[in-house]
Design a binder for this molecule. Structure first.
Ligand code: 5AD
Ligand code: SF4
Length: 545
């Protein structure tokens, strides 16, 4: 975090509702899919370690790998971030020690993302850095990402990542175990062994519970192991999760996706939808609250398609309500919602429970019904706008954010114009925009009328300009208002703090107080930018440690 504060307030923040997506890829991430990892600052880490000690005490497994070390790097969405928390927890519980660089690690794991081509390429670029000396036979293997990448802190802060040319190239060998996890693992399967023979472990997200066993098999002399099932719900119940954020805890409530949007790999990489029993979710939320977490974020690729598999048959909106009532929980977030399953009951739950945050991420993808049809999104522009209307009709202001793809095959200038007018009509608080990226196995791969890259770039830039102006005006209007903020960042600059509002905006503020991290405070906005607000603390609400 120290690093993130060096880059000035505007770049520091994004909006918590993050920045207008400048997403080529590996660019700015939407809540659930794109790149970005937490780089916790010293203060944050200290508290998180305390909390994890508490959680570990709650009963972890055997310690049969005492002394072994692992390095785990995560690409992609919050779902991946959270999966990595579970993987780390699993390994720590078995006596592994986590190290912060691949050089010192016995086991090197990459938890990967394949949502767009660049994200997938990045993984192979990382693997190239690990190629052992005896594999360096002059074959070309891409180790250079040509574009400068930005990573976004999961809370919206933009961190510039080392350019590969500045990265230390680690030569694997030396008995290291190199594993590819996540969506690229699932998508490429054993093909990864062909492309990078120094990889010995390939494991998709549904098989993470098997990881210690798979690693043990490698340690026992097996050359290659895989875990590639996609339809188990084993991932939900992990014995221990090593949470990266001391205040906000992530919980996966539904895995996979049944929606089959024509451009998307997720149904292939994460398998069919499987929901977790409501009682198990509630039990975990209670435990989290007891351990001191005040904010929980319910995760799923289509979180609101949640279908309780237990006899209680709780609807998503009912689940939100009961989670919101757990003692000690002050904020409940959820992402990502699919418009098809977004109904009045969810809006009513938000109205009725101040603990449910006033923010909904509702990806639209395009403002043109013709394009939406080609994308197989299952709704028209008008139907989407009806859902937006539900949120605008209630008294509690609800912050709305979205994802948009520009340059889908066949998208005409007129279709694109319709996306721009949708921005004007909805008045989003933030937009994550992406250039369409053709993906393996997806129906849109074979669609006619591909849009040239240059044109996609032009449309992306126009869209971002339009949205930036909308955000500038919307944020301006908050000047003079007071928001409750959960303080989650401290600047090296004296008296400078930052936190998130319920609507997930990042608010940077001044306060002479010494200990604010993890507290809820009242902050009055004094100035605004398109991606962030600046304010001063006017009151303290409570300490939540
Ligand atoms: N190309 C570009 N963007 C994509 N997304 C998903 N698949 C693709 C693709 N093939 C975007 C969608 C989704 C977000 C997480 O990523 O906007 O909501
Ligand atoms: Fe992909 Fe569509 Fe499922 Fe979202 S809803 S994960 S875009 S298939």
């Amino acid at each position: 975090m120290g690093k993130s504060f060096d880059i000035g307030l505007e770049r520091l923040t994004g909006t918590g509702v993050p920045r207008i997506g400048e997403t080529q890829d590996g660019g700015v991430k939407p809540p659930l899919h794109n790149a970005g990892r937490q780089e916790a600052g010293a203060t944050l880490v200290a508290s998180f370690e305390e909390k994890n000690r508490t959680l570990k005490g709650a009963g972890c497994g055997t310690h049969d790998s005492e002394g072994s070390t692992f390095y785990l790097e995560t690409f992609g969405c919050q779902m991946n971030d959270h999966d990595s928390e579970k993987v780390a927890g699993l390994l720590l519980a078995r006596g592994y020690r986590q190290v912060d660089g691949p050089e010192a690690a016995k086991v090197i794991l990459y938890n990967t993302c394949s949502i767009r081509e660049k994200a997938a390429q990045k993984v192979f670029s990382r693997l190239g850095e690990l190629r052992p000396a005896d594999e360096q036979d002059g074959k070309s293997f891409n180790t250079e990402d040509t574009e400068r990448e930005h990573r976004v802190h999961r809370d919206g802060r933009v961190l510039e990542k080392n350019h590969p040319s500045q990265r230390k190239i680690v030569n694997a060998g030396g008995g290291k175990i190199i594993g590819v996890l996540g969506c690229v693992a699932q998508q490429e399967g054993e093909g990864i062994f062909e492309r990078a023979p120094w990889v010995s472990l390939v494991c998709g997200s549904a098989s993470y519970r098997k990881l210690p066993q798979l690693i043990a098999e490698l340690e026992a002399g097996n050359r290659r192991v895989t875990g590639l099932d996609t339809d188990t719900d084993e991932t939900f119940e992990t014995e221990i999760t090593r949470r990266d954020n001391p205040w906000r805890a992530y919980l996966t409530i539904i895995e996979g996706c049944d929606k089959a949007c024509s451009y998307c790999v997720v149904p292939f990489t994460r398998g069919p939808e499987r929901s977790r029993a409501s009682a198990s979710i509630l039990e975990e939320v209670r435990r989290l609250a007891e351990a001191g977490y005040s904010e929980v974020q319910l995760l799923g690729q289509t979180v609101n398609s949640y279908a309780d598999p237990s006899a209680r048959k709780m609807r998503f909106s009912e689940l939100l309500a009961v989670v919101a009532e757990v003692r000690g929980i002050r904020r409940v977030r959820f992402t990502t919602s699919h418009p098809r399953d977004f109904g009045k009951d969810i809006v009513e739950a938000i109205e009725a429970h101040p603990t449910i945050c006033d923010h909904v991420h509702l990806p639209v993808q395009s403002g043109s019904t013709a394009v939406l049809r080609a994308m197989a999104r299952t709704y028209s522009r008008e139907e989407y706008l009806e859902k937006i209307g539900l949120m605008k009709a209630v008294r509690r202001p609800i912050s709305i954010t979205t994802d948009i793809i520009v340059g889908f095959p066949g998208e005409t200038e007129k279709d694109f114009e319709e996306t721009l007018t949708l921005l004007d009509e909805v008045q989003y608080d933030s937009v994550f925009a992406f250039k369409y990226s053709p993906r393996p196995n997806t129906p849109s791969l074979k669609m006619a009328d591909a849009i040239p890259e240059e044109e996609k770039g032009r449309r992306l830039a126009i869209l971002m300009d339009r949205q930036r102006e909308i955000q500038r005006v919307r944020n301006e209007r908050t000047v003079g208002e007071t928001f409750e903020v959960l303080v989650d960042g401290k600047s090296r600059r004296e008296n400078q703090w930052s936190g998130h509002t319920s609507s997930n905006r990042v608010l940077n503020f001044t306060s002479p107080e010494q200990e604010l991290l993890g507290d809820y405070v009242q902050v009055k906005v004094v100035s605004a930018m398109p991606n962030s607000l600046v304010g001063e603390m006017v009151g303290r609400i409570g300490v939540n440690r």
